[in-house]
Design a protein around this ligand. Structure first.
Ligand code: G
Ligand code: G
Ligand code: MN
Ligand code: NA
Length: 253
């Protein structure tokens, strides 16, 4: 309850900041996208992880205001990056229920001047589980704006494969649970290969999440995965640090 009040105040005060984690194109070796990850700079508790406050923001409806701030800030900061680099923003299933998501996205693009094709919205399977038709309608509205839609944490929900038929995503982000065991004797590499094949057949790209070792990177390249994201290349870093990383990445090219 008191955290709710503090959260409300923090939104009014702008006590949040975005960190960014780069996604690397596996063949070309360049950064293709950066995912915005929100952080709460709490005066007494220090930096609070979204895992601890996003659920509260969702339960209280505050996620709509917070999501609005995240969207606008991410679009604005991406305007300082090389033009080929996309920005990915996580969208909560709750934001789909407000019915104003497409309007908010259009407003953020207009206000910042970001090209729609540079914005990727990450949604989870939970969006498609609840209120199917309404969610699909909003996804189509977003698609019409020219933004890209990525399916996040793929493989952690259930009946995952059927969702790929119902909506044409631009990108599938394969959950790190599958990447972790890639080199083991289990089924992970078979599953990743299947997802890569399905994606390719429908013009979708794939991102492997949670890549931590060179061995995983090499296997993913062989499997034909498009992008990797994870501690091997970079942790999420501040907006000042991501600008530095992006400018040195460009010099290498
Ligand atoms: O970066 P970190 O491990 O702290 O992120 C924890 C979780 O919080 C991840 O699942 C991530 O998707 C989620 N998250 C991070 N930033 C945002 C955001 O801006 N909006 C929403 N809805 N979720 C976010
Ligand atoms: O749900 P989502 O994919 O948006 O969550 C992103 C979260 O994953 C972030 O909190 C980020 O800190 C975390 N993460 C990113 N890369 C790695 C990694 O290589 N290993 C692990 N264990 N976590 C990671
Ligand atoms: Mn994500
Ligand atoms: Na994810």
């Amino acid at each position: 309850r008191s955290l709710e009040l503090e959260l409300r105040q923090a939104i009014a005060d702008g006590s949040f900041e975005l960190h960014y984690q780069p996604l690397l194109h596996l063949e070309e070796g360049q950064v293709s996208c950066c995912e915005a990850l929100v952080r709460w700079r709490h005066p007494e508790r220090g930096t609070i992880s979204p895992a601890d406050f996003i659920p509260i923001a969702e339960d209280t409806g505050l996620i709509n205001d917070l999501g609005h701030w995240v969207l606008n800030t991410a679009c604005r900061e991406a305007m300082n990056w090389p033009e080929h680099v996309h920005v990915a923003v996580n969208v909560s299933p709750i934001q789909f229920k407000s019915q104003t998501l497409a309007l908010n996205v259009a407003a953020a693009l207009a206000a910042t001047g970001l090209a729609p094709s540079r914005l990727e919205l990450e949604i989870t399977e939970a969006v498609l589980i609840r209120d199917d038709e309404a969610a699909l309608d909003i996804l189509h509205q977003l698609r019409e704006l020219g933004v890209r839609i990525a399916l996040d944490d793929f493989g952690t929900g259930y009946s995952s494969l059927s969702y790929l038929q119902r909506f044409p995503f631009d990108k599938i982000k394969i959950d790190r649970a599958f990447i972790k065991d890639l080199a083991g004797t289990g089924a992970s590499s078979t599953i990743v290969q299947a997802v890569v094949n399905i994606a390719a057949a429908s013009d979708m790209t794939t991102t492997a999440e949670g890549v931590e070792t060179e061995q995983q990177r090499n296997l993913l390249r062989i499997l034909g995965c498009t992008e990797m994201q994870g501690y091997l290349f970079s942790r999420p870093v501040s907006s000042a640090e991501i600008r530095k990383l992006l400018s040195s990445d460009r010099e290498k090219a």
